[in-house]
Design a binder for this molecule. Structure first.
Ligand SMILES: [Fe+2]
Length: 141
């Protein structure tokens, strides 16, 4: 079921590590901007611009996270990295398709990003942070 209001950061997104929460908050802001553009304006050019910001910010975030998980010796590192790779491929294809004759629909792109980031933050990221806390590891992010 589709939410009536665009996505918004709230405490339910917190994984208990302020620096990571802050990056996730930025990501949710970009996802929100895409949802609003898709719903209200249908301005494809602007949408693609914001998608490009999403792509860059998301990639940098996932890189930092992989490094963080590797340093904590996270046992589920490989599946988590695989998930990142699939995500990056999907987003690269979206960007690519916007340059050709069969661009994706804004619904498809925005729907994918909203779902992916919600589940990434609320499930995958919470898992590694819980692992770190339970292991009692002190680690910079
Ligand atoms: Fe994350």
């Amino acid at each position: 079921m589709e939410r009536e209001l665009p996505i918004e950061w709230n405490e339910a997104f917190s994984i208990g590590r302020p620096e990571i929460d802050e990056e996730h908050r930025q990501i949710i802001l970009i996802v929100r901007e895409l949802e609003i553009l898709r719903r209200e304006q249908r301005d494809v050019e602007r949408f693609v611009e914001v998608l490009s910001r999403m792509t860059r910010y998301g990639m940098a975030h996932l890189d930092r996270e992989e490094d963080y998980m590797a340093r904590m010796g996270y046992p589920d590192l490989q599946p988590h990295i695989e998930g990142h790779k699939k995500y990056l491929y999907t987003v690269a294809m979206f960007n690519y398709r916007f340059t050709g004759p069969t661009p994706p629909s804004l619904d498809e792109v925005s729907g994918f990003l909203s779902k992916w980031w919600t589940s990434h933050i609320m499930k995958d990221d919470r898992d590694y942070e819980r692992f770190r806390q339970e292991s009692g590891l002190q680690l910079d992010y």
